[in-house]
Design a protein around this ligand. Sequence first.
Ligand code: NAD
Length: 301
Amino acid sequence: MNEDIEAFRNVLKEAKRVVVVAGAGLSAASGIPTFRGRGGHWRKHDVLSLSTPAAFIGNPSRSWQFHHYLRETMFKASPNEAHLALARFALPQLRKALAPEASFTLITQNIDGLDRRAIEQVYREHNVPSPLSSSNSEGQDQEFSSDPVLLEMHGHIAGVLCTSYQCRHRELNFDSPICPALAGTELLKASSAADPDIPVEDLPRCRKCGALTRPDLVFFTEVPHHIDEIMRIIDRADVCIVVGTSAVVHPAATFSAKVKEHGGTVAVINLENTKADANADFVFLGPCEEILPRILALANA
Ligand code: NAD
């Protein structure tokens, strides 16, 4: 397996369509715990069992408390050097220095909004209008291609969705706390803490119709956002960088194999070996906040 950063940079120089598939490890250096590493439990619950439709229906109070904890943690975090390296590469004027002919899309499984914030920050610093619309989770890279710059396939932690099928109002809500009853619940995360149930009427309600809302995230077992567009982009990518994901959550776990199948080059960046290594031409073991800035170093940034 090739571990040579310069050799991979030479691949990027010739690339036509670069896609990055990111997971929770991308945000670890921002202080956000991954789901499968340390911090994979919240109170006494396995976090993987808290973000499911059944978990929400079975106990909306517990589900909201967990997601409120995530909201507060994620709102306080800032993009790290890995997010910023990707954001600089997203800006066509800067990308030219390394990959002059390539389009770029970042497909993130993360819900923390840090990819979005890094892209907005870098574009602002270079006086370029943001390619991301504030009203949805897609952006268009107008100048160089019609591929979106960012696809948040599991949604955004600030998203709130009305559970009433007559209403289905959705919005981004950055209130902290999102409602008085949840104030401080994120602090109750010790494994010994009890689970005090909050009455449903005190949980976040829809601003339009007053019904119970749920976090507007793609829960485990639900279909990811933008999936048709993602598959179109994966099918045409000639370089795929898989970063900070355990590569077990479907469908993202299959993306690197698809790129490999049609002859593309796959690079994996992770602290440890993962299933994605089986499809990889390059494997870079180590913290992505150190490795990505070296791989994507741009002379003009
Ligand atoms: P995961 O928790 O299953 O795996 C994280 C991976 O990141 C591991 O393979 C780990 O070795 C690697 N990693 C940890 N720190 C790293 C670093 N500094 N540099 C490089 N690699 C590092 O995460 P996943 O595969 O993304 O799947 C979990 C699901 O949970 C995702 O779908 C995501 O939506 C959600 N999630 C999101 C966040 C977030 O938004 N920040 C955090 C946790 C989980």
